[in-house]
Write a protein that binds this ligand. Structure first.
Ligand SMILES: O=C(O)C1=C[C@@H](OP(=O)(O)O)[C@@H](O)[C@H](O)C1
Ligand SMILES: C=C(OP(=O)(O)O)C(=O)O
Length: 675
């Protein structure tokens, strides 16, 4: 996952391949709660693993449910069977509406009937997200709920015992969030043993398809709610949660929207296949597909898959009531930039009380790209964009803002464009962890950029100058891929030696290097079946590398392999000829040096800390010999590229060197003029 301050997306050109969606957030958290309230054990397959489910799991654990994960990743939840196991708990629910609202209802009712005191809190934004309608509905039937901050908002304290009265219907407003009704539907079976309980919805119910998910999952847990339209729901007397034994969570249909859009924008050769949701989905957001089709996407669907390709291009602007797809509809606002006419999204007032004020956030960020956007209390209108501006997109700790704006990186595909494509920066990209922690990795597995558009930072320098450490640090800060080219030479040297090849025979070694059977797994490097991680670090291997690297045939054999590391979102390449021979077009080349004395001392400390004895003088002699060999070889001798920036790090800490390189990158990279 990209835990970095920002992620720069280079211009993306096309998309192809297959993505497997993470589990549905809405289904995961409902199933977890229902399993937690049931008696017995429920096996949950394909559960979403994200921030929103983590807070629900932590809460269930704190409430005394047993949670065990099998080797195959299947979660076993043993529920409390409707009987409180603890009478007090403080639960932190992050920004998960699907945890805060249902747990409020369940714990308020359990505290009322069995006694106890529970405090529910979340992140600062959660304390601005309304819950008053649910609190009012529960209080009216006898629950004791205190709002510990502002009235109508979390944090909350739920306590009891107190007398409950269900002689009158439970009335709840449905026009701010459907999650209040969902919460009541999920929790009221706890107290419906003796009498049926009627829920009446006041006002127009929004986000109705989420109620469908709730009712279907309740059915699987043995509770058949009777429904009269969207106004009146009856939980029959004698209702009791019965675990279905096993539940499979389908892929997340809201998460699918980014890839449906991706297919519509950029799957020009072959369709983009999305696995995990399809025509048989329980989730209303699967109807995003219809909106995408109206904008021009060509979609084929099976029960649990979709295949999407570009149809009309440019896309067509649409006008749509989006109340049934509140989450996925945000994706339409970015697709609208690629349309031939304005797009108007209506009936989206609930956007204002979600992870952020999403109408304001979308309007502000779309405008940064150059778009003309109008907004009203419950609508948004986006004009197509002809002339794009590079923009750093603020994400407001809202996963969907981060995900849908990644689609702006296709701006180079705009029909009839007059400006070259512009880069897009996503600030605080880790906010996607709310529902889709691997979103960017998944995007990069199917999105394609032209190789020349993928940025490379080269870090070249002599042995023991600290290139590897610096490259790792810089790559981590930017979320980039790392190429340790020295390792490829070391591995070639080892492979040639193990094969008994004559190391002076350039062609023989090159033939071995061209077929290097390298794998990387959990920080280990494997050559065929052999773990060579430790052998790679030996000084003797370094000398082997220097020897084989002197052959131009070997350098040639490894050339393409190194170019293949130029992958999204960018590369930090560490070696001796990255800037001079492999990536001469890199926008930033650093030539890293340190005095021979400093390097010998560093290498000495490294070896000693691994329990390998060494002498500083001997090491210094070795590395000076290596320098001489590397500088005087005919093929790509070690030398700074003409446009390299030299960095002598003898007196700098790793942190200081990293900051310097990141500063240079800010000046050289695609956002140089954005700062
Ligand atoms: O019940 C659910 O799982 C959800 C309902 C919707 O909220 P609203 O009913 O507040 O629109 C949706 O936006 C949210 O992401 C998940
Ligand atoms: C509104 C959302 O989340 P929550 O479940 O926290 O309401 C969302 O995921 O878009």
């Amino acid at each position: 996952m990209y835990k970095i301050p920002f992620l720069d997306l280079p211009p993306l050109r096309s998309a192809a391949g297959t993505v497997r969606l993470p589990g549905s957030k809405s289904i995961s958290n409902r199933v977890l709660l229902l399993a937690g309230l049931s008696e017995g054990t429920t096996e949950v397959h394909d559960l979403l693993d994200s921030d929103d489910t983590a807070v629900m799991l932590d809460s269930l654990k704190a409430l005394g449910c047993r949670l065990e994960t099998s080797d195959h990743g299947v979660l076993q939840v043993t529920g409390i069977g409707g009987q409180l196991k603890v009478d007090a708990a403080q639960l932190f629910l992050g920004n998960a509406g699907t945890a805060m609202r249902p747990l409020t209802a369940a714990l308020a009712l359990l505290a009322a009937t069995q006694g106890g005191s529970f405090e529910l809190s979340g992140v600062a934004r959660m304390h601005e997200r309304p819950i008053g309608d649910l609190v009012d509905a529960l209080r009216a039937r006898g629950c004791q709920i205190e709002c510990l901050g502002q009235e109508g908002y979390p944090p909350l304290r739920l306590s009891g015992p107190s007398a409950l009265d269900f002689s009158a219907p439970v009335q709840v407003r449905g026009d701010v969030s459907s999650q209040f009704l969902t919460a009541l539907l999920l929790a009221l079976p706890l107290v419906a043993q003796q009498q049926p309980i009627v829920i009446e919805v006041l006002g127009e119910l929004i986000s109705k398809p989420y109620i469908h998910i709730t009712l279907e999952l309740l059915k699987r847990f043995g509770i058949a709610v009777e429904r009269e339209g969207w106004q009146r729901f009856t939980i029959p007397a004698g209702s009791r949660y019965r675990s279905p034994g096993a539940v499979h969570v389908e892929g997340d249909a809201s998460s699918a929207s980014y890839f449906v859009a991706l297919g519509a924008l950029a799957a020009t050769e072959a369709p983009l296949r999305i696995e995990g949701v399809g025509s048989a989905s329980l989730q209303g957001d699967v109807r995003f597909v219809e909106a995408a089709q109206a904008m021009g996407a060509r979609v084929e669907a099976g029960p649990n898959w979709l295949e999407v390709r570009r149809g009309s291009w440019p896309l067509r602007g649409i006008e749509l009531d989006c109340n049934h797809i509140p989450d996925a509809a945000m994706t339409l606002a970015v697709m609208a930039l690629y349309a031939d006419s304005p797009t108007t999204l209506r009936n989206i007032a609930s956007w204002r009380v979600k992870e952020t004020d999403r109408i304001a956030a979308m309007a502000t960020e779309l405008r940064k790209l150059g778009a003309t956007v109008e907004e009203g209390p419950d609508w948004l209108r986006v004009q197509p964009l002809q002339s794009w501006q590079a923009a750093a997109i603020h994400t407001y700790d809202d996963h969907r803002v981060a995900m849908c704006f990644s689609l702006a990186a296709f701006n180079g595909l705009v029909v009839g464009k007059t400006t070259p494509s512009v880069p897009v920066r996503i600030l605080e990209p880790h906010c996607v962890a709310k529902t889709f922690p691997d979103y960017f990795e998944t995007l990069f597995s199917v999105a394609k950029a032209r190789s020349k558009d993928i940025p490379v930072i080269c870090i070249d320098g002599p042995t023991a100058s600290g290139k590897g450490t610096l490259a790792d640090e810089v790559a981590q800060a930017l979320g980039y891929v790392v190429l340790d080219s020295g390792m490829l030479y070391r591995a070639s040297g080892l492979a040639a030696q193990r094969a008994g090849a004559d190391l002076d025979d350039g062609q023989a070694v090159a033939a071995i290097a061209a077929r290097l059977d390298l794998h990387f797994s959990r920080g280990r490097v494997l050559l065929g079946d052999d773990d060579i991680t430790d052998a790679l670090r030996l000084e003797t291997t370094g000398l082997l590398a220097s020897k084989v690297a002197a052959h131009s045939e070997v350098r040639h054999a490894l050339h393409q392999l190194q170019l293949d590391y130029r992958r999204l979102p960018g590369l930090v390449a560490d070696g001796r000829d990255m800037g001079t021979a492999i990536f001469p077009d890199a926008p930033l080349k650093v030539f890293l040096t340190a005095s021979a004395a400093t390097r010998a001392e560093r290498r000495y400390k490294q070896l000693i800390s691994k329990g390998i004895s060494a002498s500083i003088a001997g090491l210094r002699q070795d590395l000076e010999a290596r320098d001489l060999q590397d500088k005087s070889r005919k093929a790509s001798p070690l030398a700074p590229a003409a446009d390299a920036r030299e960095l002598d790090n003898s007196a700098l800490s790793i942190e200081e060197s990293k900051d310097l390189v990141l500063d240079w990158w800010a000046q050289a990279g695609s956002f140089a003029d954005q700062r």
